[in-house]
Design a protein around this ligand. Sequence first.
Ligand SMILES: CC(C)(COP(=O)(O)OP(=O)(O)OC[C@H]1O[C@@H](n2cnc3c(N)ncnc32)[C@H](O)[C@@H]1O)[C@@H](O)C(=O)NCCC(=O)NCCS
Ligand SMILES: Nc1ncnc2c1ncn2[C@@H]1O[C@H](COP(=O)(O)OP(=O)(O)OP(=O)(O)O)[C@@H](O)[C@H]1O
Length: 234
Amino acid sequence: MRIVGLTGGIASGKSTVSNLFKTHGIPVVDADLVARDVLKKGTGGWKKVVSAFGEDILRPDGEVDRPKLGQIVFSNPEKRQLLNRLLAPYISSGIFWEMLKLWMKGFKVIVLDVPLLFEAKMDKWTKPIIVVWVDPETQVQRLMLRDRTSEDDAQNRINAQMSLDLKRTRADIVIDNTGSLEDLKEQFQNVLFEVTKPLTWTEFGLSRQGAASVLVSIIVGVLIFRKVYSTGSL
Ligand SMILES: CC(C)(COP(=O)(O)OP(=O)(O)OC[C@H]1O[C@@H](n2cnc3c(N)ncnc32)[C@H](O)[C@@H]1O)[C@@H](O)C(=O)NCCC(=O)NCCS
Ligand SMILES: Nc1ncnc2c1ncn2[C@@H]1O[C@H](COP(=O)(O)OP(=O)(O)OP(=O)(O)O)[C@@H](O)[C@H]1O
């Protein structure tokens, strides 16, 4: 199985690119959705976060008040690291289960959309790594427009992540999403071509079909060995 890493900065356009992958039949594991699930009321992640941050971060219905928690962690690096530490094990196992489901369905190429791919050191599991880059001014403007936040708040969120310029140096493929959606779709055609190239032997071995071939080869090998052995011992 080919596990493609998709990352970038906040509001750089990862979800927009993810949607293009999905419309071309390539499934995407979205780390933000996994992170939402592990923070739902009553889950292990929720319990850890409530005991560390207090009940003040809860809404009247007991769910985490996400904008409130966001304001706390995006303006305070220590609190952000604490939240990351508490949720990281739940997020990684959630991503693993989502990948396993896609593996069992027989998908040969999947995309992991993980905003903190490098920060969480998950880049070592993915190849190629795609970074969706955007120029700093456009990033702030798009973030303010989408989340209806102030410039200060948008800048805090951007500063909470590794810089996009550093991320692009660690990419196999860079998508520059500073231009229009049409420009993005044009670049995406080349990305799709790269990502759907025939699997390497290692990638094939990691796919369900590859694992099945290995299993069948082992069974056939054992049967032949037993046959030869029992014939020889007669
Ligand atoms: C702080 C929370 C509650 C704010 O929720 P909110 O609904 O406002 O934002 P949402 O989850 O949609 O995230 C939006 C974007 O913020 C950025 N972001 C989220 N968490 C972090 C973080 N810990 N550090 C840096 N950037 C982050 C990502 O680019 C993400 O795409 C939420 O982001 C959260 O639980 N974060 C910790 C979990 C995490 O690390 N998520 C990233 C998945 S790898
Ligand atoms: N090329 C583009 N031209 C104009 N608007 C765009 C373009 N690409 C993305 N956008 C818009 O910019 C905003 C951010 O894009 P998107 O939500 O895809 O970013 P993201 O990287 O997934 O963000 P996050 O890290 O918060 O999940 C959205 O409102 C989206 O519609």
